[in-house]
Design a protein around this ligand. Structure first.
Ligand code: ATP
Ligand code: MG
Length: 415
């Protein structure tokens, strides 16, 4: 893409009322737009990052047997009344609305109930199990606080997968696979090292569930990280473990601020029993389906990546989720040598299918570099009179700041 065609502009300041680092940087770099507190739109660059995160999430969910679907955000009150979650006293962050005839509707804050209801049409016998439907879909929550930028918003994308198993044993096998898939997702998104599998309270069915918590001062949660194996426990359950690691029993736990980027949760028979989702097992006996739920917030994850990796110059994207692989930056000269050279290089890269943002704007080098650092594209390719004379390009790694002069031919064979 030519930067001259990208309508978004970088800016020196974010809105005065914005307090979160991720939102300030993403707004300044033109990745998102603040519509109101806790509500952000994604602009072309931000959408590219979000789509790359979604692609990683899809890839890992498909790899463990997930099948993608897309449920509606408008929800039927009846099914929520059956499960007991329609009441605002039970769920305090519902957005609700009404049809013209007065019928109540809910705006999806999650999808256990409608999906369980839907699966009643498709699960009859043990042959129909297990099933792992998932979606990447819009949720609405009337969050009380909205101070964490895109990490806590009132309208947000959630990847939610639900497992439907014959019994607890079958469930546990999948639960383990989901745990591994989550680890891979956070590694691929660039925050593997700062993201910890965290024991949390399990709700009604099991004693524990698991959160994936990314350590950052911008987080709203306190977790206790094992210095030996890296597993953590959250505030709710730390007392259950007598302040020692639930996995390796080490006593050296370090308190950290963290944000929950995902969680996995055994639901047991809670929804299948209240909504009547059953199957006939191999012996002809009628049984309730054993369920689990598995959530990730792609935009929250994007915000966490910004919080963890950005530096004093701006955003820093790991190459796997960088909006473009390369940022091509010609430094203008009077004879337009660099511009002509860069034009050809840009076309060449496009032909090779390389994702490149081409800064074809007529601006001072310093301004271009400032913008490029703020946007944080993983690799910057600088073309100037000097590099042309040497038949080379300068490749700067945004993260390390390391600059390498590479012969053009070699660079083209590498990409
Ligand atoms: P939290 O405890 O932070 O409020 P939660 O436990 O209510 O989150 P879930 O209902 O389990 O979250 O949602 C699954 C995932 O969706 C979370 O792990 C998080 O990544 C993401 N998520 C939840 N709420 C929001 C929000 N308001 N904005 C952005 N992402 C969210
Ligand atoms: Mg939570």
């Amino acid at each position: 893409m030519r930067q001259s065609q990208l309508f978004t502009k970088t800016r020196k300041e974010a809105p005065k009322d914005e307090v979160s680092k991720n939102a300030i940087l993403l707004i300044r770099a033109g990745f998102i737009n603040k519509e109101m507190a806790g509500v952000y739109s994604f602009l072309p660059l931000g959408l590219r990052v979000l789509n790359k995160i979604n692609a990683i999430v899809r890839d890992e969910m498909n790899a463990i047997g997930g099948v993608e679907f897309f449920l509606t955000s408008l929800q039927d009150k009846a099914v929520w009344e059956k499960s007991g979650r329609w009441d605002d006293k039970v769920v305090d962050n519902w957005f609700k609305t009404k049809l013209k005839n007065g019928t109540d509707l809910g705006l999806a804050f999650t999808h256990e109930e409608p999906l369980t209801q839907l699966m009643k049409e498709h699960i009859r016998s043990w042959r129909d199990l297990p099933r792992y439907p998932y979606q990447i879909q819009t949720k609405f929550r009337n969050e009380a606080r909205a101070k964490s930028g895109i990490m806590r918003t009132r309208e947000f994308l959630m990847k939610d997968l639900y497992s439907f198993s014959e019994n607890e044993k079958e469930h546990e096998v999948f639960y383990g696979k989901a745990k591994d898939a989550y680890k891979k997702i956070f590694e691929r998104a660039g925050v593997g090292e700062s993201t910890h599998l965290t024991y949390a309270s399990g709700g009604t069915f099991s004693k524990f569930s698991h959160e994936f918590q990314t350590v950052t001062l911008a987080g709203e949660d306190d977790i206790y990280v094992c210095g030996k194996c890296g597993v953590a426990v959250n505030e709710e359950v730390v007392a259950d473990f007598n302040s020692s690691c639930p996995e390796c029993k080490n006593k050296d736990l370090k308190k950290e601020k963290a944000v929950e980027v995902g969680n996995i949760f055994p639901l047991g028979y809670k929804y299948s029993e209240t909504l009547g989702l059953s199957f006939i097992d191999a012996e002809g006996e009628k049984k309730s389906v054993f369920m689990g739920s598995y959530g990730i917030g792609p935009a929250r994850l994007m915000g966490a990546v910004v919080e963890v990796l950005s530096d004093d110059k701006g955003l820093v994207w790991p190459s796997a989720i960088s909006p473009f692989a390369h940022h091509l930056i010609p430094i203008f000269d009077k004879e337009e040598k660099a511009l002509n050279y860069a034009d050809k290089l840009y076309e060449n890269l496009l032909d090779k299918g390389v994702e490149v943002l081409y800064d074809d704007r007529d601006m001072r080098a310093g301004e271009k570099f400032g913008d490029a650092d703020l946007m944080g594209i993983a690799s910057q390719i600088v073309v100037s009179e000097k590099t042309i004379a040497e038949d080379s390009v300068e490749v700067k790694d945004r993260k390390t700041g390391k600059v390498e002069k590479i012969k053009l031919k070699e660079f083209l064979s590498q990409v």
